[in-house]
Design a protein around this ligand. Structure first.
Ligand code: SAM
Length: 218
């Protein structure tokens, strides 16, 4: 699956996505994450992509044209219209969007191409929304930019794609998976300053362990 992330801070995406699970998933060719700097599509000689809001008000607004041109370069829009592509979705990071959750991650993981547009400053010229499928929020708070939100969505989605996690069993019984909540887990030592691991987990009796885990979900 491809994640195409549109941002004016591509390094933020690049550095995070080279490490750990996302880095491993890319090495295994299960996923591919590309950051696209839409500043390259600025029509301004100084490379600006923002301007003052019409009608006045605080801060700067991201212009529609550079984002449109970046989407056009990816073959996703033409002549002022979205081009429908199979198994492709364009989402825009917005604190006012639909709240991201595990179910949404599961849906996204079935796509071939997820395009994520990250905002900055006071947000987007309203006309940008004409070219996207959905506004998504990662929570009821306001971040300085969409990059952390985009990486949250990318990571939660990517780890559901076969070949990304070293051990697919990690996804079983996981918190939020079909409404379940993961059971408490322990590792060595079995006694840390008097805090002991439940004896059933040391028993080797897998039936009993399973029973205990079901009853002990957090
Ligand atoms: C400072 S915010 C803009 C806030 C905007 N003025 C408002 O009141 O809704 C800049 C960008 O960060 C991203 N962002 C901020 N909070 C977010 C959230 N909770 N979920 C997703 N994206 C968020 C969006 O892309 C947004 O355009």
């Amino acid at each position: 699956m491809k994640f195409n992330i549109l941002t004016i801070f591509p390094d933020l995406i690049y550095h995070y996505s080279q490490s750990s699970i996302l880095g491993r998933g890319q090495k295994a060719e299960a996923i591919n994450i590309q950051a696209h700097d839409w500043r390259q599509f600025s029509t301004d000689k100084h490379g600006r992509v923002d301007d003052k809001p019409y009608g006045g008000g605080p801060g700067m607004i991201l212009q529609v044209e550079p984002i449109y041109l970046c989407l056009e370069n990816l073959g996703l829009v033409k002549n002022g219209k979205k081009i429908k592509q199979p198994k492709t979705k364009i989402i825009i990071m917005d604190p006012d969007g639909k709240k991201f959750d595990q179910k949404m991650a599961q849906k996204f993981s079935k796509l071939e191409n997820l395009i994520i547009i990250c905002g900055r400053y006071e947000g987007f010229d309203e006309r940008v929304y004409k070219f996207v499928d959905e506004k998504i929020s990662v929570g009821d708070y306001v971040l300085a930019g969409g990059e952390l939100a985009a990486l949250t969505i990318t990571e939660a989605t990517a780890r559901l794609i076969p070949g990304v996690l070293g051990n697919v069993d990690s996804l079983k019984d996981e918190t939020h998976n079909e409404g379940s909540v993961e059971y408490p887990q322990y590792t060595r030592p079995d006694n840390f300053q008097g805090l002991k691991v439940p004896t059933v987990l040391l028993s080797g009796d897998h039936k009993n362990i399973e029973k205990w885990r079901k009853s002990a979900t957090k």
